[in-house]
Design a protein around this ligand. Structure first.
Ligand code: PLP
Length: 388
């Protein structure tokens, strides 16, 4: 009898401990963990530097209210601002909180410049921005919103890749376009650079803001610090979470000066957001991941992994339909049943997770070793041959 609510369909497996890319189950088995808490443990399990940081900070100070200065948070915000487009950072605890706060920042900007009617957010249909009430209505997904009415107003939707429909949906009331730079839950769909540039152009022409949700694809996951970086597009607002905490819950909204001006004292807050313990970990994660050499390694290992996966696709054209993704945010779109395929991978000691469009999502830690990629490839190949 479990007293946990039944809102998750949990697999019958639990873990005692983890080390790097591996998880060790309570029944004594070793798994290659290519879920990593869904792109959360960016540096794998039990990273020695993160353990040291959290141990040191836990003996000093865990929590103080945001009513006081928090030097660890000041330091992390500075590091993020120096490394990215952002002028200001507002810390939260999770991805959904960060996307909600991003929506608030956009609306508040127009309110503060005397245009409160500009408050609607234009999103991709069936995208994913989290599970709070506003975030589920931002997603435009029937499955996520069913039974949670009344509808939260203020969101419009366009089809992925359809810029004509997007342009039609923009009205005088549109405040922002909010998209995931790489759609994660939606099936690992990468928004191409030309498309991001076009989005920026449309936003400039129509005087609306661009919000790029990098909760899943940010913080090195794409091989660049942010997935939009190579496009040279500058968003106005970017919610982040997952990878920045390396397993510790952290969320944040990054914003440029123009929009940050609307967020005056008292307009937003969070009891836990930006606490010293979380900030100490965030600083350490940032020091490791925002390093050029580290990101080059992510790119190189990704190139190798994607090449080998494409070779498998060529070898098993009846099993693998498409290899999707960028960096270490990878999707195998398959022909056979997604859940059965994931189950077979798990029976062979490789953990993966589903995404929409019959995609098997593969999320190694960013510091994964080549030998671990080779092990995963061996298991995927075996399951492909058995599914052929
Ligand atoms: C793109 C994106 N935005 C927001 C969220 C919500 O994050 P959280 O589950 O931390 O609330 C997620 C979570 O998967 C996500 O992938």
């Amino acid at each position: 009898m479990s007293y946990l609510a039944k809102n998750y369909n949990r697999k019958k497996i639990s873990f005692k401990y983890g080390k790097g890319s591996f998880l060790y189950s309570t029944n004594g088995k070793k798994y290659l963990d290519f879920v990593q808490g869904i792109a959360v443990n960016s540096l794998g399990h039990s990273h020695p530097k993160l353990i040291k940081t959290i141990n040191t900070q836990s003996k000093k100070l865990w929590h103080v209210s945001n009513a006081f200065q928090i030097p660890e948070g000041e330091m992390l915000a500075k590091k993020i601002a120096k490394r990215t487009f952002a002028d200001y950072v507002m810390f939260q605890n999770s991805g959904a909180e960060a996307t909600e706060a991003a929506i608030k920042v956009a609306r508040r900007h127009f309110y503060s410049i005397g245009k409160p009617h500009k408050n609607r957010i234009l999103c991709i249909k069936n995208s994913f921005h989290g599970r709070t009430l506003a975030a589920i209505y931002a997603s435009g997904s029937k499955k996520m919103t069913e039974g949670f009415g009344p509808k939260i107003n203020g969101f419009d939707h366009f089809e992925f890749g359809n810029h004509k429909s997007l342009k039609k949906k923009i009205t005088k009331n549109t405040a922002a376009i909010m998209v995931e730079t790489i759609m994660g839950e939606g099936g690992i769909k990468v928004i191409p650079d030309w498309c991001l540039k076009d989005l920026r152009k449309i936003c400039n022409q129509k005087n609306i803001l661009l919000i790029l949700d990098e909760v899943q694809c940010g913080i090195g996951r794409s091989g660049d610090f942010f997935a939009f970086e190579k496009s040279k597009v500058k968003p106005d607002i970017v919610p982040i979470a997952k990878g920045i905490g390396g397993g510790f819950p952290i969320g944040a909204v990054l914003m440029n000066k123009k929009v940050a001006e609307g967020m005056t004292a008292g307009t937003h807050g969070s009891t836990f957001g930006g606490n010293p313990l979380a900030m100490a970990v965030g600083n350490q994660v940032m020091d490791i991941i925002a390093n050029k050499k580290f990101l080059t390694n992510v790119k190189n290992i990704s190139k190798y992994f994607l090449l080998k996966l494409n070779q498998l696709k060529y070898k098993y054209p009846n099993v693998i339909k498409e290899i999707r993704g960028k960096g270490l945010l990878i999707g195998l779109q398959i022909y056979t049943d997604q859940n059965k395929f994931i189950k077979k991978l798990m029976e062979n000691k490789l953990l993966t997770i589903r995404a929409a469009e019959n995609v098997v999502r593969i999320l190694p830690p960013l510091n994964v070793k080549k030998s671990e990629i080779d092990l995963a490839l061996k298991i995927i190949k075996k399951v492909c041959s058995e599914s052929n």
